[in-house]
Design a binder for this molecule. Sequence first.
Ligand code: NDP
Ligand code: AKB
Length: 268
Amino acid sequence: MSATPKGTAVVTGASSGIGAIYADRLARRGYDLILVARNKARLDEVASRVASAAGRVVKTITADLNDKADLKRLETIFAADSSITMLVNNAGVGALEPLLRSDISAMEDMIDLNVKALTRLTYAAAPVFVARGGGAIINISSVVAVAPEVLNGVYGGSKAFVLAFTQSLHKELTDKNVRIQVVLPGATATNFWDAAGGAVENLPSAIVMQSDDLVDAALAGFDQGELVTIPSLPEAADWATYERAREKLIPNLSLSSVPLRYRAAAAA
Ligand SMILES: NC(=O)C1=CN([C@@H]2O[C@H](COP(=O)(O)OP(=O)(O)OC[C@H]3O[C@@H](n4cnc5c(N)ncnc54)[C@H](OP(=O)(O)O)[C@@H]3O)[C@@H](O)[C@H]2O)C=CC1
Ligand SMILES: CC(=O)[C@H](N)C(=O)O
């Protein structure tokens, strides 16, 4: 771990949970910070704790990422603040209930935050990082990106978007000196569960990681140059096998010819 100055990291959803730990760890690594969330009191508390522990400059921006004007304000800051070298797209909400019991407006708000805001902030940061010759984008997805059957399907779908979008970003930006990482946490002990209408205490403790362990593992994955980091996964080789199977499909996913199994069925 080094405390050499590294520019400024923007962390969204930094007023609690995983984002607050990112703020602490990035400050200790030498980043100044811009912390973003809606709750000003909690944001200020995180900012003053982190600033005094790490001796870095920590600013806060109170913003609702579901609000167009607030998003625009952040996009403008990205263009103007040349000290920004990292974006951690962490703000997100989840849901636990199945489709038949979900409120569509709440689902839409979740898509707006987990997908639209993350996309807009990435679109604001990426060209600026490329123009400045470097930077890093860390997107917080979830294990439900590859296991959408586990929680609410819209939540899983939103996190699958984050995974796919980040894989594509990596392909586009890796040779432009922009580091890209997507983190897939499993169940983590944060306010997420209360906000989603559940209680983390109801889960078996063996499947719940503490948020400081989660972030330390995610940053270890970042240091190791990983594109996809699954902090809970015991064997990295299992993800590599999954990826190889996906990549094996790619050359055959778009072909002019209809496979025999469908031709035979159509002829019958
Ligand atoms: N905890 C878990 O089990 C898992 C969490 N994740 C993901 O981790 C990320 C962080 O969540 P986590 O730390 O667990 O949960 P928390 O509820 O503790 O943190 C969520 C953060 O997002 C902020 N936020 C929520 N809505 C908005 C909004 N409209 N505008 C701006 N900020 C907002 C909250 O701040 P405020 O209310 O002040 O705006 C808070 O800082 C999320 O993307 C979540 O999906 C992924 C897998 C597992
Ligand atoms: C996998 C989980 O339990 C988690 N809450 C999530 O956000 O995906």
